[in-house]
Design a protein around this ligand. Structure first.
Ligand code: AHR
Length: 518
């Protein structure tokens, strides 16, 4: 056990709202995410609702997924949405050139995705094809999805069985246009993005948040180009933003893009390098925010990290284009590090999507035929739902008290702690990133009083532990009864013991201090 650092939380000073959309997910036509993961078809022996896997939906509903991004990723920029509507057997096929070079039968299309969103009770985040599609395709897809009354696309939708328009909140204008999405310069992309965004109309009550496809990692120049062109332009008497948010992508791995490291077989050195790289997300968010602040000091335009998570070498014996990887307690800690950074930049960061929900990259659930396994990453998402739409409570360590260590010549945190309040409830989550040493932390709670605490902890015998069909509950949350709450003259003092490689979630009711009688 290392010495106990002291953090301070002022319970009566709530900060900005942590949008629930920071806990978004991503489902691409990639490997076994859509086919086998979400979609098994109506004739499958696996229990399904109109072709959609019932067990996957049931498991994911506990995560309260706020938005689901689809159909890509790189796939989005070669997807022609009209191929995915109408009678399934008559839908044209295509080659998924990015992911495994497999033939896509388009059986999972717009109606199937929107039905999935209904079953998950989540907002759709549709990514339009800018790389190989047309402005007309984007425009008509939005009309098909969101327009009521008499119009060519609404009538086509009705002929395909859906009477009322859907509501679509988020529309991505392409994906990674600097790479798989068209190999464009920022200047080329922004011109095209403005065209697509212009013709992606708001129909009826539906109001789109158009998200321009942004930078890789710390390419702040890309963000700057997008910010320079965000308004409608000269001559507009009431300048309006042409896109309402700008995205960027950031993945975490231990090695290099060519050799990222193994998912479940890694050294302590690789563990710490992973934590260092995960913590870099904070610096990168800050960099994009700084550029955006210069052009938009009132923070009208949102920042969206619409792809993040761990990316390891694919599991041996699996299709290299399917990006299938195991998921250990280390992945859960990477997620925890991201959540803390997301909360700290909640004033500008409005949406984030972990990649990807089922069977691909840092998945929530892994399926194998009829079997389904919940990953450690699933559990940290489920244990963090109290933060959705809550107000951030700043966590400040007394000077010199932050638990840190040196990794690859950099100082990184070994503890991640974040708190929020909603409806007079406190949610506090803490991760011990150290795989070998327990940590004790003391939190001085001031300004309000907390009642009885409920806690759950996720931990593992080893940071490389993971769940499998044989041991589905090896890493699963357990009740936590080690929170000690003491009254002090300054308020209350909470002392927590965190086992090595663990994630703790605590909730409790907040009360105002009793006012002394006059
Ligand atoms: O999530 C996998 C891929 O990573 C996405 O398709 C692409 O946008 C990114 O490079």
């Amino acid at each position: 056990m290392t010495a106990s650092p002291v953090a301070v939380v002022d319970l009566d000073l709530p900060g900005p709202r942590i949008s629930r959309h920071l806990y978004g997910h991503f489902a691409e036509h990639l490997g076994r995410c859509i086919y086998e993961g979400f979609w098994v078809g109506e004739d499958s022996e696996i229990e399904n609702v109109e072709g959609i896997r019932a067990d996957v939906v049931e498991a994911l509903r506990a995560l309260k997924i706020p938005n689901l991004r689809w159909p890509g990723g790189c796939f989005a920029d070669e997807y022609h949405w009209m191929d995915g509507i109408g009678p399934r057997e008559q839908r044209p096929r295509m080659v998924n050139t990015h992911w495994g070079d497999v033939v896509e039968n388009n059986h999972f299309g717009t109606h199937e995705f929107m039905r999935l969103c209904e079953l998950l009770d989540t907002e759709p985040y549709i990514s339009a094809n800018v790389g190989s599609g047309t402005v007309r395709e984007t425009s008509e897809w939005v009309e098909y999805l969101t327009r009521g009354g008499e119009a060519p696309m609404s009538e086509l939708r009705r002929r395909n069985g859906r009477q009322d328009p859907w509501q679509v909140k988020f529309l991505g204008i392409g994906n990674e246009p600097w790479g798989c999405g068209g190999g464009m310069s920022a200047e080329q992309y922004v011109a095209l993005a403005r065209q697509h965004a212009t013709y992606a109309r708001n129909h009826g009550q539906n109001k789109l948040c158009r998200i321009a496809a942004g930078a890789a990692d710390d390419d702040y120049g890309w963000t700057e180009t997008l910010m320079k062109h965000v308004t409608r332009g000269l001559g507009d008497t009431s300048p309006q933003d042409i896109y309402q948010a700008i995205s960027f992508h950031y993945y975490t791995f231990a090695g290099t893009w060519a050799d990222k490291g193994k998912a479940a077989d890694f050294t302590r050195e690789e563990h710490w390098t992973t934590m260092r790289k995960a913590q870099r997300v904070r610096e990168i968010i800050a960099g994009h925010c700084a550029v955006m602040d210069a052009y938009d000091p009132t923070r009208k335009v949102g920042l969206a990290l619409d792809e993040w998570g761990t990316w390891w070498n694919v599991e041996e014996g699996t299709n290299p284009g399917f990006l299938h990887q195991q998921n250990t307690m280390r992945d859960a800690l990477v997620a925890a590090v991201h959540f803390e950074a997301f909360h700290d930049y909640a004033e500008r960061l409005r949406l984030a999507n972990i990649a990807q929900t089922v069977n691909v990259l840092q998945a929530m659930v892994l399926t194998d035929g009829p079997q389904l396994v919940l990953t450690p990453s699933y559990h940290v998402f489920e244990m963090s739902t109290g933060h959705h739409d809550a107000q951030r409570l700043d966590v400040r360590f007394a000077p010199g008290q932050e638990p840190v260590r040196e990794v690859d010549g950099e100082t990184i945190n070994t503890l991640s702690l974040t708190a929020s309040t909603k409806d007079d409830q406190l949610t506090l989550t803490a991760a011990n990133l150290d795989p070998d040493a327990a940590q004790q932390v003391t939190v001085s709670l001031r300004g309000r009083t907390i009642g009885q605490l409920q806690g759950r902890i996720l931990t593992a015998g080893d940071v490389a532990d993971h769940n499998s069909a044989e041991a589905p509950e090896r890493v699963a949350p357990q009740p936590y009864r080690h929170a000690q709450l003491q009254h002090t003259p300054a308020g209350q003092q909470l002392t927590l013991q965190l086992p090595p490689a663990s994630y703790l979630s605590l909730t409790g009711d907040l009360h105002d201090h009793l006012q002394p009688q006059a």
